[in-house]
Design a protein around this ligand. Sequence first.
Ligand code: BMA
Length: 391
Amino acid sequence: MMRSTFSRHARPLSFAGFLLLSVLLAACNHTRPPSGETLGLVDPQATPQTRALYQNLKELAPEALLFGHQDDLAYGVGWNRERGRSDVMEVTGAYPAVYGWELGDLENGVAMNLDSVYFKEMQGWIKEGFKRGGVVSITWHMDNPVTGGSAWDTTSAVSAILPGGAQHERYLSWLDRFATFVGGLKTGPFAWLGFGKPVPLLFRPFHEHSGSWFWWGEGHVTPEEYVQLWRFTVHYLRDEKGLHNLLYAYSTDVFDNEAVYLKHYPGDDSVDLLGYDDYQALRTDEGVAVMTARLRMLVGMADARGKLAALTETGAEGVPMPTWWADRLLKAIASDPVARRISYALVWRNAHNRPGHFYAPYPGQASAPDFVRFYAHPFVRFEDRLPDLYK
Ligand code: BMA
């Protein structure tokens, strides 16, 4: 019988050896999420936490709807910039599962965004929500790069910022500012030295392009130009700036068939999430079925491509119906076996300086009791009932 050389020379393990072995075993046991390539991500080099987020959102989609709110931690009805506050939390006891943030005006190198949120503070809130286990989504109502007017200035601009265009360099400088902002979103013990892990972000640029209100929207851009702009943006952020914590979300406004939805679609290699924004359907009871039909199409298109799906923006300004959450939103999503497979639904902001411009309830608002029931519904997840999405 062969005697192993190992057993002949075996010695009791020293404490240091034991420690080393335990660390090695723990490292082997630690299951890493599949590679970006295996997952079909836009970024094959996506960070482990970004990959985990994608995979976990996918696995969670059939059984849960994550609830999101724009600018949740920054301000609410009757307050602004008060640490720890959130209208959603003050009504339900839990923070939302998804946080939407907005970068409009970042391109101008100024301190605050178009809704008066300081970018420095926004970075703090993004990290705070992420550390509690939340998901972060980013939009960017960027100014018209040709006129310097707002995102709503529909002067033709896309061809001017494409490579070779008169404003291309300007657009690059805007993306550089974006990369600097994202670079400031690192967490971990050495983040202060710039060595942390970057917070994974759902990045949703050039949204609602099927509508005509933004300079990148329908009628102000050809589908080819839109696709070129999207693909160039992905290439620059991923390959030139080395950002590997982004999941790319494509989102139209309302649509009634797949052709409209896909008219400007940049390709499966450039999109991780298929979303759409809908402020129209849930204005009436009849619209509930309309939203369900749209979500069914959305999930179908996402499934066919192996992507995530989400209701990236929705809501009713002023939540005018006390049972809007149960009788409109939840009904539209949860009553259908296909529609309910979206990952999340995000409602827009609760402005502190624009009376009536709110989309989530605050304490005392008429829909607050219904919102608490929505929060407690087994299918709905706020931050307090999320699994670890980053492992
Ligand atoms: C809109 C409104 C505006 C805001 C913009 C960007 O829907 O809420 O007041 O400036 O979004 O956040």
